[in-house]
Design a protein around this ligand. Sequence first.
Ligand code: GLV
Ligand code: MN
Ligand code: MN
Length: 392
Amino acid sequence: MGDLLADIADVGRDAKRGGYSRHAFAPAELELRQWFTAEAAKRGLDVQADRNGNLWAWWGKPGRNAVVTGSHLDSVPGGGAFDGPLGVVSALQAVDVLRAKGFVPTRPFAIVVFAEEEGGRFGVACLGSRLMTGAISAQAAASLTDPDGVTFGEAAHKAGFDPLRMGRDDRALSMIGDFVELHVEQGRGLDVPVGVASSILAHGRWRFSFTGEGNHAGATLIEDRRDPMLPASRMVLAARKAATGGARATVGRLIPNPGGTNVIASSVDVWLDARAEEDARTREVVAEITAAATRAAEDEGCSLKVTEESYGDTVHFDAGLRDSLAEVLGGVPALPTGAGHDAGILAAHARTAMLFVRNPTGVSHAPEEFASSDDCAAGVVALATTLEHLAT
Ligand code: GLV
Ligand code: MN
Ligand code: MN
C-alpha cells in the first residue's frame, strides 16, 4: 500500500515557520494536485476538476447519489502534515484495501479534493465547497485577495480555472449521495484510534480595521498620538475575556500598516476567529468584542470598521449515518469538534459524516500535529469499512 503521506513529506515545507505552507493554487499545492492525479490514475481512477477548483477521482462511471470521500491538500501557514492530506491519502488507501478484497462498488464512488479548505491564502475557509454549494458567490470569491494582493480569480485563472464559471454547481452536488471525510482529530477528544464526528461549532472570521494617524515614533508626543495599535491590542485582550463557557476567540493575525519599528501605524487590521456551540452565543461573543474594540478606538481617537468575512452555523452531522457508522466500526465513540471542515459545508446538502483519527496531543494547525502510523492504519481500515458499508 505504501506510505503515501511519506511520499509528500517534502512538498511545501516551510523553512521559516516550520511545518508546511501549502496554499491554494500556489506551487506546493499545485504539485500535490499533480501527485494526487497521478496516484488516482495509478489506481485506474478518472480525475476531473469541477468548475470550482475541486478535484474528483471516480472509481468507475461518475453518477448521481455517489459515495464520496476525501478532504483537502492545502494547509494553514506553517501547518502540520495531517490536517487535510490524511483524509486524501486514507481515501486512496481505502480504495486499495477494497480492491485487494475484490470489492466492486454498487454505487458511483469518488474521492474529492477540495480547494482552499483552510482559507490560508484567500481568507475564507472551505472556499471550494462553499462555491460548489453556493454558500459564497463567484463574484465575492473572485475578489478575495491573498497577502500579495493576488485575487482568487487571478490565481484560479492561472491554475486553469475560469472564475466566471465558478459558483453553485448543482450537477456536482447531485453526485454526492453520502460524503465521509476522514480527518486527524484536533482536540484531544479521542482515547481510541478512531471515532465519528457528532457536530461542529458555529464559527466565523471577522476583520477589525482600526484607523488612526501614521506618524513619527520619536517626534510625536504621546498625547498627540492616534495610534491604532492601542485599540487593536485592547481588542485582543477583549477577545480572551469574552470567550467564556466553551466559546473560543482567537487573534492569530494582525497587520499594522505600514509596519515600521519607528513608525506609529496609520492603520491596523486584526482578524478575529470566534466559535461557540450555538449561533447566538457566537454572535454574543463577537458583539462583546466589537463593543470593547469600539470603546478602545474612541479612547484613542481612531475609527473602526468591522467586516464579517465568513460564517457558518453549528453543524449536526446526520444522526442516522453517524450511529450506523459507529456501530459498523465496532462501537467507536462520537465526538464534537471545534474545527471547521468541508464536510460541515456539505452537511446541508447531502448525508455527511466524519471519521476522526486519534491525535495524542491534540495539537493541530502547527508543525507538531501528529497521529501514529498504527492509528492512521486503523483510520484506513475504518474508512474502507465505512465505504464498503455505504457502497454495497
Ligand atoms: C479549519 O481547519 C478551521 O477550523 O478553521
Ligand atoms: Mn482540515
Ligand atoms: Mn485545518
